[in-house]
Design a protein around this ligand. Sequence first.
Ligand SMILES: Nc1ncnc2c1ncn2[C@@H]1O[C@H](COP(=O)(O)OP(=O)(O)OP(=O)(O)O)[C@@H](O)[C@H]1O
Length: 294
Amino acid sequence: MNVIEINNLTKTYGSSRGIESISFNVEEGEIFGFIGPNGAGKSTTIRTLLSLIYPTSGGAKIFGKDCIQYAPEIAKEVGYLPSEVFYYDNMKVIDLLKYSASFYKKDCNKRIRELAEIMDLDVSKKIDDLSLGNKKKVGIVQGLLHEPKLIILDEPTSGLDPLMQQKFFDLLEAENKKGATILFSSHILSEVQRLCDRVAIIKEGKIVQVEKISILKENNHKKFKIEVSSEIEPGYFEMDGVTKIEAKNAHISFLFRGDINQVMRKIAEIEIKNLWIEEPDLEEIFMHYYEKEA
Ligand SMILES: Nc1ncnc2c1ncn2[C@@H]1O[C@H](COP(=O)(O)OP(=O)(O)OP(=O)(O)O)[C@@H](O)[C@H]1O
């Protein structure tokens, strides 16, 4: 079952582009990554899904229901963490969280305590006195306190230190194991790679690719790094399937896609000191997609 279905969603801001004809689905139980650089249209897509802004054309369904028509009903089952959190600074954290919880018809007190403990958040403090990272934690607890079926996170890790990021990822994985579906927007590819099953890549308001992370990596390039014993011509590895050749002193690296034996034969003809063959990280794959499009 699709928890999110987006069909030709378009949003223009006056004459400027927001998103153009976005379509993709997020299945129940998935952790789905939504990646693209600043300004690509991630927040616009998410804000449209949540009916915070209205589409110019096209539409979306959440839990099979139109996201505008059924917005209040849908909101009860959705936890949202916006990319930037703004609060009434004078409030205490606990008062804000209780106020948020009052929108849901369930007792969220126990979950608030659990989440605050996991995220190491002092709920007795005034929001005014919190650091940026601690404000982000308030947003996280606020988004998850009603144990939503769908969690939508817009650039959630900015401001969190590495330890907190890890705790937050563990928390998301635990929520996912309990059945929550997660849409996770980010421009940090390593965190998407670490957490998500599938990913949609957005560029300049359009979806470039929707794919499983594993297939993105498999179907793509291997990264060769070679340490040579004596200098070789820079063009030595220029052949079909080889891209991004970089040579620095005795180290040569390139990406290769195709029959690996061809490269191995080339390597066998020269003296080498060391060889590494790696999966490229998502960043390298992603950049490649961009370059092809440009
Ligand atoms: N309120 C607005 N008025 C005019 N243009 C807007 C508005 N909000 C967004 N845009 C434009 O829409 C495009 C998509 O922006 P959006 O914020 O959705 O991107 P994003 O992928 O979330 O980027 P970021 O990671 O920087 O938040 C950008 O070109 C942006 O300038």
